[in-house]
Design a binder for this molecule. Structure first.
Ligand code: ADP
Ligand code: MG
Ligand code: MG
Length: 252
């Protein structure tokens, strides 16, 4: 049982013109193992900034607040240390890794996170199983990471990583964007398998309620203007489906 605790998190970014803009304005969020927290909100509200800040992306400067994993200061950790501590980020815009195949990438990541290389026979079997479950062709393993991946392939690749790396906490940023219904179902089933297998805490960032039909959230947080404006259970997502985000936005 683990707890990821975000307390009064403030984050800025440096704008191209040299000015500094505050994006996160006091985020509070606590996630325990096995819990799914949906973070929903309008475009530009800072959802991805929250994900990148927890992951340690250098573009984002934490100016206040804390992020702890079982009491350990996550913000003091390097990006690698965060991964070894069990944090996993599936990015909204995954980067290409030229010349590194999916197969090598996964084995290298697994070795780095576990501190030892996985046993070859079980590893090969596990990779094959996870790829079959996600309806990925075996040839996918020999492609370079994110190079010419379609939107759907990127998302499947993220969930493939999640299933094999078995993180304590997974942050999934718009894993549903650009997926058709069939792909959404396959990807969601992958997340649900991970939940059943290793009970990670999941921060599921999404703009739309549609993915929540497949992945049942325990808590829903409405994110507006850099912080949590309202929180509730799954029923909150249903009310958002009907009313949208208008009632959370300041009148024009
Ligand atoms: P969301 O994921 O909710 O759509 P983002 O976190 O992507 O929101 O963006 C929140 C705000 O921060 C936006 O106004 C966006 O333009 C700004 N922003 C995010 N990342 C950067 C960056 N790297 N440089 C400058 N501005 C950024
Ligand atoms: Mg956005
Ligand atoms: Mg975003």
């Amino acid at each position: 049982m683990s707890t990821l605790e975000i307390r009064d998190l403030h984050v800025t970014v440096d704008e191209a013109d040299g000015s500094v803009k505050e994006i996160l304005r006091g985020v509070d969020l606590t996630i325990a193992s096995g819990e799914v927290h949906a973070v929903m909100g309008p475009n530009g509200s800072g959802k991805s900034t929250l994900a990148y800040s927890i992951a340690g992306h250098p573009k984002y400067t934490v100016t206040g607040g804390t992020v702890t994993l079982d009491g350990e200061d996550v913000l003091a950790m390097s990006v690698d240390e965060r991964a070894r501590a069990g944090m996993f980020l599936a990015m909204q815009y995954p980067v290409e890794v030229p010349g590194v195949t999916v197969s090598n990438f996964l084995r290298t990541a697994k070795t780095a996170i576990d501190g030892e290389a996985p046993k070859l026979r079980t590893w090969v079997k596990d990779v094959k199983q996870a790829m079959d479950d996600l309806r990925m062709d075996a040839s996918f393993a020999e492609r370079n990471v994110n190079e010419h991946f379609s939107g759907g392939e990127k998302k499947r690749h993220e969930i493939l990583q999640m299933e094999l790396l078995k993180p304590k906490f997974a942050i999934l940023d718009e894993t549903d964007s650009g997926l058709d219904v069939d792909a959404l179902k396959i990807v969601s089933e992958g997340v649900n398998r991970s939940l059943a297998a290793v009970s990670p805490g999941v921060l599921l960032i999404t703009h739309y309620t549609r993915i929540l039909r497949y992945i049942k959230p325990d808590f829903v947080h409405v994110f507006v203007n850099g912080k949590v404006a309202e929180q509730g259970g799954p029923e909150l997502a249903e009310s958002l489906e009907e009313t949208g985000y208008d009632r959370f936005l300041a009148p024009a």
